[in-house]
Design a protein around this ligand. Structure first.
Ligand SMILES: [Zn+2]
Length: 287
């Protein structure tokens, strides 16, 4: 059964580790992430962007697929199904469809409107026992057409949003989505510490986990980050493994054209990446 992310993230914050959010795109992605979580006894959050939700034929299809896998694969570790960077309408649609967690990304609104919309969703999520992630200060790079500049969040605005009763808070600290540019300045730990000071025990979320150096990840966790989002890195490992399979001509040998064979190396590559991240985040054995 899907669970809210609240308990797993509070435990992570207390235990000084982080739970990975791995974004899903299809059956292979979902199966690879769920099996890796189970094999490593780790809690996990499956992220679904609005674009990926559309690609997978809508939120109801996603909920049906994930719930089916939890049962058929005997998944017993805590799993949250979470909308990533949701609009206000998207968050409501996911709640209706059966997601156990949603993110409302109101970072592009003026703070007053972000507060008003977040407040409404806090009410709905509390009533249904779902977890809610809010964002302050846009996260740089591009995600599903949403482009952010990578600003650092204002700690007072973070407190204003945290005080509304959200479960977790994504604050921009110089992190960006996708591959990091050569001249990237690194995470702003000064901002992170200032945000932590204002919001107290609230679990913090680090977006754009692909390519952040390991020591920075560990330092961020020590400063209150309890959820780290990984998306691009699984895409890159899937792509690399699939390319290798085809370049080696394996798709032309025997029944190598069978999609179950063609997609197998990419599937295994996602599993390896997810395990690597769970090790780095410290969530192994914490289910
Ligand atoms: Zn993000």
């Amino acid at each position: 059964m899907l669970v809210s992310a609240k308990e797993m993230l509070n435990k992570a914050r207390e235990g000084k580790y982080a739970v990975g959010q791995f974004n899903i795109n299809n059956l292979e992605w979902t199966k690879a992430i769920l099996l890796t979580a189970q094999e490593n006894n780790s809690p996990v959050i499956l992220g679904v962007s609005e674009g990926a939700g559309k690609y997978m034929c809508g939120y109801k299809t996603v909920v049906g697929m994930v719930n089916g896998m939890l049962e058929e694969l005997n998944i017993t570790v805590p799993v949250a199904l979470h909308l990533d960077h949701g609009s206000f309408e998207g968050a409501k649609a996911c709640i209706d469809a059966g997601f156990s967690s949603v993110m409302f990304d109101g970072s592009h609104y003026a703070i007053e409107e972000n507060i008003a919309k977040t407040t409404e969703l806090v009410g709905i999520c509390n009533e249904l026992g779902l977890s809610l992630e809010a964002e302050v200060g846009s996260i740089g790079g591009e995600e599903d057409g949403v482009v952010g500049a990578g600003e650092c969040a204002d700690p007072d605005e973070c407190k204003a949003i945290a005080d509304l009763g959200v479960t977790m808070l994504a604050a921009g600290i110089g992190n960006i989505h996708g591959k990091y540019p050569e001249n990237w300045a690194g995470l702003s730990f000064e901002t992170l510490a200032a945000v932590k000071e204002k919001v107290g025990d609230m679990p913090l979320v680090l977006h754009g986990g692909t390519g952040i150096p390991e020591d920075m990840i560990k330092k961020a966790i020590s400063l209150g980050v309890a959820k780290i989002n990984v998306n691009t890195e699984c895409q890159l490992s899937f792509q690399e493994a699939t390319r290798k399979y085809i370049e080696e001509g394996k798709d032309q040998q025997g029944k190598g054209f069978d999609p179950r064979k063609l997609l197998a190396p990419g599937f295994e590559a996602i599993k390896a990446t997810v395990k690597e991240k769970m090790e780095l985040f410290g969530s192994i054995g914490k289910a």
